[in-house]
Write a protein that binds this ligand. Sequence first.
Ligand code: OAD
Ligand code: ZN
Length: 291
Amino acid sequence: KGHNLTTIDRIANFINDNPNGKIIFMVGAGISTSCGIPDFRSPKTGLYHNLSKLNLPFAEAVFDIDFFKENPKPFYTLAQELYPGKFKPSKFHFLMKLCEDNGHLQRVYTQNIDTLERQAGIEDKYVIEAHGSFASNHCIECNKQFAMEYFKSKVNTKKITKDGVEFEYAKCDSCQGLIKPNIVFFGENLPKFFFETWDKDLELLEEQEKGDDNYLVVVVGTSLAVYPFASLPSEVPNEIDRSLINLEVVGDFKEDPRKNDFFFKGSTDEAAELIAEKLDWVEELQRYSDE
Ligand code: OAD
Ligand code: ZN
């Protein structure tokens, strides 16, 4: 518990003591589980554990582009469950929003496709959706771009047959290829702006001299299992302190721990509340959560 408080103190003091201090958040599914969206790899509750009913050859096939070409149904089933619009941001999302409000946000790198960072009101320029989102679509054969509606309408048309739910798949009007949301599948590249923005942010981090305290990296609710996103924390220069807020120690925090790493073992919302208490942000956090 003592060490937990140290991590909370590190983050809260950083904000309190550095009028110009900026935080780079790197987040994953763990910040949205309290919103009712399951994560991927948690035992029992994770999506990959619960995909067995879809008869996948392996769990991650649901996000595999070659598998999708053969059989789009598992992804459609998952999309139906996860489609944005029915979930509310968590306390942690709003804590990041409060960092923005108070001038302490540099960036939110998110692996999540739930768009809850944007729904929390965080301005677009701060949010890097590294794994894309449902906001637009493309044809997987000819790359023609399609508006959100093309896929959405097909996900919502359910035809119940004796074999369960059947979908009418969204197809390209030029080449009849399958249309899929611009979510990054295994075997696909991450968006160019992800790499470009990270290069720019990394330059800023590298400018920080020993003793400066202008930037802090906070990794939250991710197993750091999927590359290249998972390599971001290891690329952070040694001069910059890294904090991890998660139920377990993961990735580079486990494999290559640093003397100046911080770890809060617990729920992301609990961390958000503790940080808010130290900063007198409790009322604002509650107000955002109640809206
Ligand atoms: P994972 O499911 O792999 O990891 C979630 C992490 O969050 C785990 O380490 C959990 O212990 C932790 N966690 C869960 N709930 C938490 C809570 N309330 N408080 C604190 N920690 C909590 O999810 P990601 O790392 O985001 O790809 O997965 C990365 C990528 O794998 C995803 O973006 C997805 C998937 O394939 C796409 O969607 C394209
Ligand atoms: Zn096409």
